[in-house]
Write a protein of this length. Structure first.
Length: 156
């Protein structure tokens, strides 16, 4: 049950503490230069908790997730599959290891705005309860329960 007065900031700080030592995944950004070409480079790392990414200092909204890979010489029946393979190759070219997860297009969540009663990314204060919109098809869920479940899954 949600403790009265627990802010999103407090809940996220508790999650970070619980995740100490758990594996993190790479955060990437697209870069393009005349000398090195287009690539996706590592800019940090975070714990992946579904709709959220937690770094040591920030909370991010998840966007595109891919695994770095060589596209090889495959035939693709769909253009979208070809494009996805090309994006995986950009991560490999940018320094991610083969098969390593890269999160691209993430955005910083303003947790202070949520604590003040507002909304940022997938987080929102609903009737005084910090909540998360955990999927495009799903509804809102109390952040405390969401984090408890996701931390357990990651700590496995």
């Amino acid at each position: 049950m949600q403790e009265i007065g627990r802010t999103a900031s407090q809940l996220l700080a508790d999650a970070r503490e619980a995740l100490a030592g758990a594996p993190k995944e790479g955060l990437g950004e697209e870069r393009d230069s005349r000398w090195r070409g287009q690539r996706i480079v590592r800019v940090g790392e975070a714990w992946h908790l579904g709709a959220l990414l937690l770094t040591d200092t920030h909370t991010l909204a998840t966007s595109e997730v891919l695994r770095a890979a060589d596209p090889g010489r495959r035939g693709y029946t769909a253009e979208s599959a070809r494009e996805r393979a090309a994006r995986r190759a950009l991560a490999l070219r940018g320094g991610f290891g083969e098969g390593e997860v890269a999160h691209i297009g993430w955005t910083v969540i303003d947790v202070e705005a949520v604590d003040a009663g507002g909304e940022s990314g997938p987080l929102k204060l609903i009737d005084g309860v910090p909540s998360v919109h955990w999927s495009t098809a799903g509804g809102w869920m109390p952040l405390e329960a969401y984090l408890r479940e996701r931390v357990e899954l990651l700590r496995g």
